[in-house]
Design a protein around this ligand. Structure first.
Ligand code: ZN
Ligand code: ZN
Length: 364
């Protein structure tokens, strides 16, 4: 096990630089990979994050907390460690933390994805000895379609709803996913309305130069005339609430990686789902890990056990790390965990020992 980074009761700690990465509890110095609430926790004395994400992290940890920004690729010396931040391709301002000390390199990637996303900079593969990876969707069944295909079906669904006089409601996590959905929408189809929780993050995106279509914050006044034509982007918490009443008859969908399997969709009584994720799929994870050349891999979030088993069979030193928080932005509540349990059996069959993921994929 590397001494560059240790798991403590506050989360990942770098003794050489005396700092924590995405600490779970208040600490003196926190380096934050991105502004999702399971990574950016309030109460620490100082925060360092990627320049593009400073405003978002500031909003999360509170205006009184000192948040410093570092350009991607810029290096700072913290104690005996050289630290730099590199794009993680997850949401605006998301970063991987590269730590170097005594000739050893460790990369803590936070949440990441390897496919293009118009709302943030593309994932950058870094060479390292130890790679700390997420494993939210580390099952061979999770393989994302091209984004263009997903938006084709989303637009077709929106048009079908219009023909039937229904308002289209897409549930998407308010920071990251909602903006990615907006960035892909064809505003010539109809009006685009957003929930307040989504709206409050939009200025951060436009200020960073991300192009988004024209939107209106959904109000009683503008919702009535847009009924049956509009698409509404709202956080999942808005489902089954009186807030929806102003849109008349609706057809609902959710944009989330979990939509790849039927259970979560059915349980939420959604009309459809779009498997659009801000996390790497199975092939994305394996590709990213291979690109680092790491000898040791730590897996956090989600299906870490499956990933660790697969990597170990490839001859890597791999271990699962239990984190205190699981990603809110994609974490289906308990329902998905039940699906996960139901999937265990499937998984055992899906990745028999000594089988490459390619062969497994061919069987799907
Ligand atoms: Zn995240
Ligand atoms: Zn997360």
């Amino acid at each position: 096990m590397t001494s560059l980074i240790q798991l403590t009761e506050c989360g990942f700690y770098c003794p050489a630089g005396d700092f924590f990465v995405d600490p779970w509890k208040p600490v003196a110095r926190a380096i934050v990979t991105h502004a999702h609430s399971d990574h950016a926790r309030p109460g620490s004395k100082s925060y360092l994050t990627a320049r593009e994400g400073t405003a978002l992290v500031q909003e999360r940890v509170g205006a009184e907390s000192p948040v410093e920004g570092l350009e991607y690729g810029e290096t700072v010396q913290l104690g005996g460690a050289r630290v730099s931040l590199h794009p993680a391709g997850h949401i605006l301002g998301s970063a991987q933390v590269r730590i170097e000390a005594r000739g050893e390199v460790c990369v803590v990637s936070g949440d990441y994805k390897t496919v293009a996303d118009p709302t943030c900079r593309p994932f950058e593969a870094l060479h390292c000895h130890t790679f700390v990876t997420e494993s939210t969707f580390a099952l061979p069944i999770y393989r994302w379609q091209a984004e263009s295909r997903i938006f084709e079906s989303l637009h077709a669904w929106w048009r079908r709803n219009q023909e039937r006089g229904r308002t289209s409601v897409v549930y998407a996590y308010s920071l990251g996913k909602a903006q990615r959905v907006l960035a892909g929408l064809d505003s010539s189809i109809g009006p685009i309305l957003v929930h307040g929780a989504v709206d409050r993050f939009l200025p951060h995106y436009t200020r960073a130069g991300v192009r988004l279509p024209p939107t209106d914050r959904a109000t009683v006044e503008n919702s009535r005339p847009a009924r049956g034509r509009a698409i509404v982007i709202a956080p999942p918490s808005a489902a089954n609430t009186p807030w929806l009443a102003k849109f008349g008859e609706v057809s609902s969908a959710m944009a989330s990686g979990w939509m790849q399997i039927r259970g979560p969709r059915r349980r939420r009584a959604l009309d459809t789902g779009f498997a659009l994720s801000d996390h790497a799929d199975w092939n994305g994870l394996l590709g990213a890990i291979a690109a680092t050349g790491a000898e040791e891999v730590w897996a956090t979030h989600g299906y870490s056990g499956v990933l660790v088993r697969w990597l170990s069979e490839q001859g890597l030193r791999a271990r699962a790390i239990q984190t205190a928080f699981e990603g809110e932005e994609e974490a289906e509540p308990l329902a998905a965990r039940e699906d996960a349990a139901a999937n265990e059996e499937f998984v055992a069959q899906a990745i028999p020992t000594h089988e490459t993921p390619k062969e497994t994929a061919a069987e799907d």
